[in-house]
Design a protein around this ligand. Sequence first.
Ligand code: CA
Length: 221
Amino acid sequence: MHVLLIEDSLDLSANIGEFLTSRGHDVDYALDGHAGLQLAANNSYEAVILDLGLPGLDGLTVCQRLRDASRKDVAVLILTARDGEADKLRGFDAGADDYLTKPFSLLELLARLKVLSRRASGSKGVLEVADLTFDLRTLLVRRGDRVIALAPTGMRILEQLMRASPGVVTREQLEATVWGNDPPESNAALRGHILTIRNAVDAENAPKLLHTVHGTGYRLA
Ligand code: CA
């Protein structure tokens, strides 16, 4: 993945950059918004990691200009300070696709970037696994003609499983999606969500789509 990192903290920038590079991704660095916009205009990135607290041009303005100017389909993930709830909402208004609150885990950052870049890369907005469909715009989930109702957490888990299908999603990845850096100690909560999804998706004698991969996680196929 070709990633643009716009972050004025050299330490954080180096941390993120070294981690992503060690996982085989290409990272370009900008220390302020102007430099970031210039790089974005001259290169094609799959994702932009954007700190909101930047000197000069602030992150929200950078986000808006990224959306207005260059490629509208580039995924933008914003980094916010611990209590930046208002910033976060303004970030979504400015066109951000996702956010992480500092401090965050680098593994979670990578997991989210992957989801975002897949979403940005020409997805038609409907996930399909066999006769199970998930319309990401209307949030309507169907198995064949049957409409499936799930709570928001269940939908996030199902979305992750569908995007990865037929691959396995580990319990840790699912827990990171639902609980971020603060997963519950026991895996009972995740098992509960999976059971709900399984009952909803694989109901009425339909062929089984949700499989448990023992000791690892789950897969839809
Ligand atoms: Ca900053």
